[in-house]
Design a protein around this ligand. Structure first.
Ligand code: AMP
Ligand code: MN
Ligand code: ZN
Length: 884
């Protein structure tokens, strides 16, 4: 029934011509069987509601659904209805020129593909609706040009940010604002870099006009101020520490309100309380409005303001394409003139207005100043002393609605158009419509201020108590301090608690990781967190824990650019979260939820349903045999058994001395060269030869990956440090066993014994060893492989024992005659290699050199190999790189 309901609505739609005309005449033609558009819409809505109801009445996935499915009748019904629905959807999609093969799908990836297609089609259809609505309201969006940088013709600006309704009733309509494209980032022109670091905000003030208390030396001394860590990489814990250090020293100064004393000692200005005739506003069109974008004009404005007893102020702010937000405009109105200050250009000079803004003899009138007060501090170091907030007055008067539109309507009979409130105020030159809107925001405010005061006096029967009350409230707003968003290890929990859905361990881990990733990226790129990854998408990804990058993309519609750019990064984070073990109860819950139980946390990567789903990045994170194997060696140097290591090193080092290779070695060499690790391209770090540029090139994969390591939280690092410690202890045990075995060799090579022992106790005797080295004299600053292989004498042993681990190992090799010069070497026959190794299966010991076997050993010893800390990884990455 539901299906037929929707399909009839769909069919009706299909029968339409492409133009949803709203003409009174043609309605019946366009909607056969319906009186008018409304009737059609009502019918359509009814059908949709019925369909939604019916679909939520279907048996729920899990036991109930399984039970019903055991009846053939139910199965057939589902199949036929499903087909019908898909057919209907296909038709709609076809009609709109979208990919429509809803029914021909790969069984494995089918559902997700289909979902993607539906989402894409929805986008296309809604976009069409938008365009048609624009056309119908006289705004033709198809004419929208791509703006040349920095310029956008005003007409187009209006259409691209705001959707006009039918023109008459725009005031109450909700409208969707698009952000203008191609706007040059104003941040690039700022003289002072934006400080997005994860450290508390410190006032920008450095001179304090109208001071009754001098500005603390901290603010006037440039030297101390410059000690601030601007580095975004300051981890939360370190930032806290720095914060504490500073607070100890300058505690009272740095975070105090520079005008606290003045505000505390401010007395109610008489001018506020005396009854006077409200001074009528000048018509907007008769009032000059200067666009202030030079220092001279700003100084002149300040001087003008200094001669007034009151002026009105408002700000326009942009917060989407910036981490902390940017104040884009300041509107100021005196009784005679309006001004619009381009605060993007004059950002670093705005502080001069403190002279008038903190003058206790001049009343500054704001409407709803809470945010403005913070923005003034954040962007300009501006403070306000003696402010009157018309919003507070309106509340005091119980006007019911306290918005500026309402006051304008009540007191000025002006119907304001608040549509521009959310416009992109970064745009320059300012389009006429926006200019006028901005002007109107302060133009009437002084008159409203007069009227409100008069009403407050009336309400208090001539007693100024209510005015004083408003004034005190306004003063409290002036005392507000801007607080920068600070990221802590707990930040994510605050948002998690606000959303209603409970997350299991993995979901919560994903949420934590995504939250940290987003914060870090937003600070670095100076974008809002909402631009990087909107909350609802972040929650969706955490909830779904997609196994593939495409799954993440599917959670984000439309996909934010930075998500697309860092999709592999995100995929790694989700993967990491999915490796967190679920609680027993959670596992049961999960199994209940899905008909085909979800992958258990510890199940193998290649489950029966996963085969086609395994993504590239999945593999990179999995501890694939090849990763720590011979071809792509030495991440876990310490764990590699002595014998195997020696072999490894032989392979690894051929390049440098191919002339001295034995025939067997050469053969092995060529085999190795011909063996292309299938996962090579996915391996994250040092296994790949990486050019220096790639490492620092933001577009390179390696760049993304190396950044990822930096992202790991302090908490994780601690945890991982613990794990590392455990691993180390295990390694120590292994090393002891190894030592026993080595002793046999040592006896045969007496002159080397002391050095080898020293090497084994690396760290303790480092100094001593270094002395030995310098006594012997260095052959080369770095271990030379020729020497290593050919001599095996004491000289290179000494050298090898000098501090670094790697040379030490080379020395070990060279001590083993078998290894240094293998008499019989059998190249590994890859054709016989067990492919099971790629699915993580164990491989039986082989007599030959066998990377699989080696990996097997490695796995055993370092089950958490893939969880090494960021530091370890990036360090070994660097080291490996420098070797080449
Ligand atoms: P207004 O004081 O109404 O001119 O608003 C000043 C600034 O506040 C605007 O430029 C916007 O950045 C921001 N703003 C105002 N209203 C909203 C809103 N409803 N949602 C988000 N931001 C707003
Ligand atoms: Mn405002
Ligand atoms: Zn405004």
């Amino acid at each position: 029934m539901a299906a037929s309901g929707t399909s009839s609505a769909g069919d009706a739609k299909l029968n339409n011509t492409s133009e949803p005309s709203c003409d009174a005449k043609g309605e019946n033609e366009h909607f056969p069987g319906f009186k008018d558009v409304d009737a059609f819409v009502k019918h359509g809505l009814g059908a949709v509601v019925a369909a939604t109801k019916a679909s939520s009445a279907l048996p729920q996935p899990g036991d109930e659904f399984d039970f019903y499915r055991s009846f053939p009748g139910f199965r057939h019904f589902c199949a036929s209805q499903g087909d019908k629905l898909l057919h209907c959807m296909s038709q709609i999609m076809q009609y709109h020129g979208c990919m429509s093969h809803m029914r021909v799908c790969n069984k494995l990836t089918g559902l997700e593909d289909q979902f993607d297609r539906v989402a894409d089609s929805n986008d296309v259809i809604l976009e069409k609706v938008d365009i048609l609505l624009d056309e119908a309201s006289g705004v033709n969006r198809s004419q929208e040009p791509v703006m040349p940088a920095g310029y956008q013709p005003p007409k187009i600006v209006v259409s691209s940010w705001n959707r006009k309704g039918d023109g008459s009733a725009y005031k109450s309509e909700t409208f969707r604002l698009l952000h203008a494209r191609n706007i040059q980032r104003p941040q690039l022109q700022f003289k002072d870099k934006v400080d997005n670091s994860n450290t508390p905000f410190i006032s920008k003030i450095f001179v304090k006009p109208n001071a009754q208390m001098p500005l603390p030396s901290y603010f006037t001394n440039k030297h101390t101020r410059n000690e601030r860590p601007e580095d975004l990489d300051v981890p939360a814990a370190l930032a806290d520490f720095i914060h504490q250090q500073r607070t100890q020293e300058h505690k009272d100064d740095m975070f105090s309100h520079p005008y606290q004393y003045e505000l505390d000692h401010l007395t109610l200005p008489e001018i506020l309380t005396v009854r006077c005739e409200p001074q009528m506003f000048k018509p907007l069109s008769d009032t000059s409005c200067l666009f202030v974008n030079t220092l001279e004009d700003l100084v002149a404005l300040n001087e003008k303001l200094a001669r007034t007893t009151e002026f009105a102020v408002d700000l326009e702010h942009h917060s989407y394409r910036s981490f902390l937000g940017i104040t884009c405009l300041m509107q100021i109105s005196t009784r005679d003139e309006d001004f619009i200050v381009d605060t993007l250009v004059l950002r670093s000079e705005m502080y001069i207005l403190n002279e008038t803004f903190t003058d206790p003899n001049i009343v500054k009138v704001f409407h709803g100043a809470d945010a403005d007060i913070e923005w003034l501090q954040k962007d300009f170091g501006l403070y306000v002393v003696n402010m009157f907030d018309t919003h507070q007055a309106s509340r005091m008067l119980n006007l019911g609605r306290n918005s500026l539109d309402h006051l304008l309507k009540v007191f000025c009979d002006i119907t304001s158009d608040k549509r521009y409130q959310l416009a992109d105020w970064r745009i320059r030159p300012l389009p006429d419509e926006m200019f006028q809107y901005a002007q109107a925001d302060t133009h009437y405010l002084l008159y409203i201020y007069d009227r409100l005061r008069a009403d407050l006096l009336d309400m208090g029967h001539g007693n100024p108590g209510l005015i004083q009350s408003v004034w005190l409230k306004s003063r409290d707003i002036c005392l507000k301090k801007y607080v920068k968003p600070i990221f802590t290890e707990q930040s994510y929990l605050e948002m998690y608690k606000k959303q209603k859905k409970p997350f299991h361990t993995q979901q919560l881990s994903a949420f934590r990781l995504l939250f940290a990733w987003r914060d870090k990226l937003a600070r670095r790129e100076d974008e809002s967190t909402g631009y990087v990854l909107p909350n609802h998408m972040m929650l969706k990804i955490s909830e779904e824990l997609p196994k593939e990058p495409q799954g993440i993309i599917a959670c984000c519609n439309p996909t934010p650019p930075l998500v697309r750019q860092q999709i592999n990064e995100l995929n790694l984070l989700v993967k990491e979260a999915r490796q967190v073990p679920l609680l027993k109860s959670e596992v049961l819950d999960e199994q209940k939820k899905s008909v085909t139980p979800k992958r258990k946390p510890d199940s193998s990567l290649f489950g029966p349903h996963d085969a086609s789903h395994v993504s590239e990045t999945d593999l990179s994170f999995q501890e694939t045999p090849t990763k720590s194997g011979v071809l792509f060696p030495d991440e876990v140097e310490e764990l590699v058994p002595l014998v195997a290591t020696a072999k490894v090193k032989l392979f690894e080092d051929w390049k440098e001395d191919s002339s001295t290779l034995t025939v067997a070695q050469k053969k092995a060499h060529s085999i190795m060269e011909s063996f292309e690790n299938p996962f090579r391209m996915y391996l994250p770090s040092k296994d790949i030869h990486i050019s220096k540029t790639a490492k620092y090139d933001p577009s390179s994969k390696i760049y993304e990956i190396s950044n990822r390591w930096k992202l790991l939280s302090a908490e994780q690092q601690q945890q991982e440090a613990k794990e590392r410690k455990k691993d180390k202890e295990q390694t120590k045990k292994a090393a002891e066993e190894r030592k026993k075995a080595e002793r046999t060799y040592k006896e045969a090579l007496q002159d080397v014994i002391t050095v080898r022992q020293e090497a084994a106790e690396a760290g303790q005797h480092r100094k001593k060893r270094e002395r030995v080295v310098s006594e012997v004299g260095e052959q080369a600053p770095q271990p030379d492989l020729k020497v290593q292989k050919t001599s095996g004498g004491p000289a290179d042993v000494h050298m090898a024992s000098s501090s670094s681990k790697k040379p030490m190992k080379l020395a070990e090799k060279s001590k083993n005659p078998d290894l240094a010069q293998p008499t019989t070497f059998t190249p590994f026959d890859y054709s016989q290699s067990s492919l099971k190794v790629f699915s993580g299966a164990k491989v039986k010991d082989a007599a030959q050199f066998d990377p699989n076997r080696q990996v097997h050993v490695l796995r055993k010893k370092n089950p958490k190999g893939q969880k090494q800390s960021s530091q370890t990884r990036s360090m070994s990455y660097t080291a490996a790189k420098s070797e080449r």
